[in-house]
Design a protein around this ligand. Structure first.
Ligand code: PBG
Length: 345
């Protein structure tokens, strides 16, 4: 439309005088930067790595483009790359050689995770190494705990067959945490949502003179559909049933208190995007604790899938991560960590 055409239609006698014009501070990149409330940086990120046995292995995960199952030597390469990008920490998940009902490799000093911890610590001593502590990748049934067997002589006749046995599972988690701590992990991250896991692991670590090993607890971990791609990546999908008897109901938010009382050093909300209100709730309620949020596999996969031209990947990733930080997370566990750190350089 020519200038004159709309001018004649919009001419106003009096120029309006608005008391505030918010757009003034949005008008240039420098002004926007000056008044920005939330800034994202590489040091906010934790980069998850999936480690498996073998050498020179980088097995792609179909539902998570850019993420691989790595042999220990390749995990070391990734860890060094993370350091060079300014990322302070990695979170390790293990894929064992073989699986059994209680997941024995999980607490073996020769397990793939202790091997990776030792190798990464040797190559990059300044990197914080956190390890996932759970049973699902290691058990033949894919559940996050020891299960009540079937039949006449089942250990707990009053509990249903296949029930995730809480207290037996704690014993396994204790041993896993100690094995990881002995290998040199800085922190362990119990993710199974087993009652009492934080207190039990704290006691076990302390008894093994691993008082310096911290606990990053999945304080609020929901039974979520957004873990789908992870279960392919870590080969830890349950063979039957689901995780609703221990992971939190997505409709709830008030259950995080317990981990604080039991001695968690860092709290976590997982997943992140559908639970930004819960991140804010924990940030406000537990003032003295660092708070982590897990930008999970399904959240990553959704952006990667839409980055085929439907959305601009870089903007969508940085907007997402900024939102998680704005909601109150101090630490963001994300598969986007390397790319985001590169973009933020
Ligand atoms: C359990 C565990 C899961 C994730 C982290 N730890 C899967 C589950 O609870 O079923 C999911 C992480 C992700 O989706 O990125 N060991």
């Amino acid at each position: 439309m020519a200038n004159e055409a709309w001018r004649s239609k919009l001419t106003r006698e009096r120029k309006p005088s608005l008391a505030r014009r918010e757009r003034r501070l949005r008008s240039t990149p420098a002004l926007r930067r000056m008044v920005r409330e939330t800034t994202l940086a590489a040091e906010d990120f934790v980069y998850p790595l999936f480690v498996r046995h073998g050498r020179d292995e980088r097995r792609p995960i179909a539902s998570m483009p850019g993420v691989f199952q790595l042999s220990v030597d390749q995990a070391v390469v990734e860890a060094e790359h993370a350091v060079s990008l300014g990322i302070p920490a990695v979170l390790l998940f293990g894929i064992p050689e073989s699986k059994d009902p209680i997941g024995e490799e999980n607490f073996s000093p020769r397990g793939v995770v202790p091997q990776a911890v030792r190798a990464i610590k040797q190559a990059a001593p300044e990197l914080v190494v956190i390890t996932d502590v759970c049973l699902c990748e290691y058990t033949d049934h894919g559940h996050c705990g020891v299960l009540n067997a079937g039949g006449e002589d089942r250990p707990h006749p009053r509990l249903p067959e296949g029930y995730v046995l809480n207290d037996e599972t704690l014993e396994v988690l204790d041993r896993v945490a100690v094995a990881h701590g002995e290998a040199g992990a800085d922190m362990v991250a119990p993710s199974g949502m087993i009652d009492g896991m934080v207190g039990s692991i704290r006691t076990a670590l302390d008894a093994a003179e691993l008082t310096h090993v911290g606990i990053l607890s999945y304080s609020v971990k929901y039974a979520s559909a957004f873990y789908g791609p992870f279960r392919e990546a870590a080969e830890g999908a349950p063979k039957f049933g689901d995780r609703k008897t221990h992971q939190m109901d997505p409709a709830n938010a008030r259950e995080a208190q317990r981990d604080v009382e039991e001695g968690a050093d860092v709290l976590m909300v997982k997943p992140a995007l559908a639970y930004l209100d819960v991140i804010r709730l924990l940030r406000d309620r537990f003032d003295a604790y660092p708070l982590a949020a897990y930008n999970v596999s399904g959240e990553y996969a959704m952006i990667k899938a839409a980055a085929n031209g439907w959305i601009d990947e870089r903007s969508a990733v940085l907007e997402t991560l900024t939102a998680i930080k704005r909601a109150g997370a101090d630490v963001i566990i994300t598969y986007h960590a390397k790319e985001a750190a590169q973009w933020l350089k």
